[in-house]
Design a protein around this ligand. Structure first.
Ligand code: EPZ
Length: 418
């Protein structure tokens, strides 16, 4: 059992390098299934989700070798298009194997995906999109059986701009004859990164970043050398940490445009933020002001993956605020833990009412999922006294060396492995 022990109250100062985006890498790694050639991926962070995705590639018959932070994937012997629960349950993104298998092998048998326990998270849009391209899909005994032998380009209308459904249709569509158009697709930067990655392999995809993606199917993809974009949620988490603890930190390897919504909010709470090339600097000199109301929405609006962290900030702000979580039914599991630390929060359905308090106090709490855990770390960093965060395995799924990076900017945080 791993836990974080945090002695809160230190201001932050120094420089941190932001790692590659987890949510960009996961579809890209699945994308390596699409070619027989070698793919080389640089700047690979050591996240559990990434290791689990590499296990899926190995199981598929790809040969994966990691040296330092570079992963080489050789797909010449890939031969398996079946994935059982053991490999699908640890992560939601295991479902990307479905699109990639359909692309390369024209068939797939896959168990349902797992992932953070933050809501229902169905995959109906993934399945409907693939059926719109002619895939025959049967759901039986906990498995999804897909026959893609008659797949052809077509029009897919997503009811909601789902990131995962957009990824799966892109992965299946690039090697499917004809033109596939995805309407109301996700516009996240990670979708743009996937498009650029696939195009570098010889795919013909355009429109990512807008609400319509057009894919012209090709027969074959070739190998590629790729460096993924940096993680905007990790960068956002450190920015919020500085806003809460005070001080000045500088974040390297950041893409300012990807964090503009959050940066606007942080300016409104009273932080000074500047950027140059791939660096963002944030300074906070006083208690944050409250933001009256924020709602989570698909990109480019406020990210659900920053909601727990921003709620931690609202807990110590100078007024009352309302947070509406529109994406996930149960992404408020950090609330009872924040309340143990002295926060004043009431939740009614998808809406949280937060009254800022001057100070949070250290307590023993539990990370229920990745971002909830990140929110608790931030609360612990600015709280008075000691905070113990249990079940931090969830946090380590998406933050590389969180403890040592925070230590390097002045935080008193220790990882305890019992
Ligand atoms: C991606 O999940 C991210 N994961 C999530 O990050 C992120 O919270 C989410 O996008 C939204 O930004 C990865 O990229 C690996 P969705 P995904 O499909 O693809 C509903 C983190 O903390 N929906 O856009 O699963 C769904 O229930 C994680 O890093 C359907 O109804 O998200 C949710 O309400 C957590 N049917 C909404 O859409 C479907 O078929 C958004 O889901 C698919 C989704």
């Amino acid at each position: 059992m791993k836990k974080f022990l945090i002695n809160g109250g230190n201001t932050l100062s120094g420089q941190i390098e932001i790692e590659s985006s987890k949510n960009s890498l996961l579809p890209i790694l699945a994308g390596t299934i699409l070619t027989e050639d070698k793919c080389i991926i640089h700047n690979l962070p050591n996240f559990l989700d990434i290791q689990n995705m590499i296990k899926i590639l190995n199981h598929t018959g790809l040969n994966c070798i990691t040296e330092d932070k570079t992963l080489t994937v050789d797909g010449s012997n890939a031969n398996c298009s079946e994935l059982g629960l053991e490999l699908t349950s640890p992560l939601r993104s295991s479902i990307y194997a479905m699109g990639a298998y359909l692309g390369r092998f024209k068939k797939a048998k896959i168990s349902y995906p797992g992932g953070c326990d933050i809501g229902l998270r169905p995959i109906d849009l993934h399945l409907r999109g693939l059926k719109d391209l002619g895939a025959k899909i049967i759901e039986q005994h906990g498995n999804i059986y897909c026959d893609g032998s008659k797949m052809k380009g077509g029009k897919v209308f997503l009811d909601f701009p789902s990131v995962g459904a957009t990824v799966n249709i892109m992965l299946a569509g690039v090697l499917t004859e004809g033109v596939t158009t995805i309407f109301n697709c996700a516009k996240e930067p990670e979708i743009v990164d996937l498009q650029n990655f696939l195009n570098s392999m010889g795919a013909k995809v355009k429109g990512a970043g807008s609400s319509t993606i057009i894919i012209k199917g090709v027969n074959k993809l070739h190998g590629v050398e790729w460096t993924p974009i940096s993680d905007r949620i990790v960068a956002g988490t450190y920015m919020i940490a500085c806003a809460m603890c005070g001080g000045k930190i500088s974040l390297d390897n950041c893409i300012y445009e990807h964090n503009q919504y959050l940066i606007n909010l942080l300016s409104r709470v009273g932080c000074n933020i500047s950027h140059k090339n791939k660096n963002i600097t944030i300074e906070s000199t006083r208690r944050p002001k409250c933001i009256q109301k924020i709602e989570t929405m698909p990109y480019p609006a406020f990210a659900t993956d920053l909601q727990p962290q921003f709620m931690a900030l609202q807990c110590i702000s100078t007024g009352n605020s309302i947070i509406v979580e529109n994406l996930y039914e149960t992404r408020y599991k950090h609330v009872p833990e924040l309340i143990k630390m002295g926060a004043n929060i009431i939740v009614k359905n998808q809406t949280a009412f937060v009254s800022g308090v001057e100070r949070l106090y250290g307590a023993e709490v539990r990370a229920s999922d990745l971002r909830a855990g990140a929110g608790l770390v931030l609360a612990g960093l600015c709280a008075k006294g000691y905070t113990t965060i249990n079940s931090i395995e969830h946090i380590l799924r998406g933050y590389e060396n969180l403890d040592t990076k925070l230590q390097s900017i002045g935080a008193d945080i220790k990882l305890i492995d019992e």
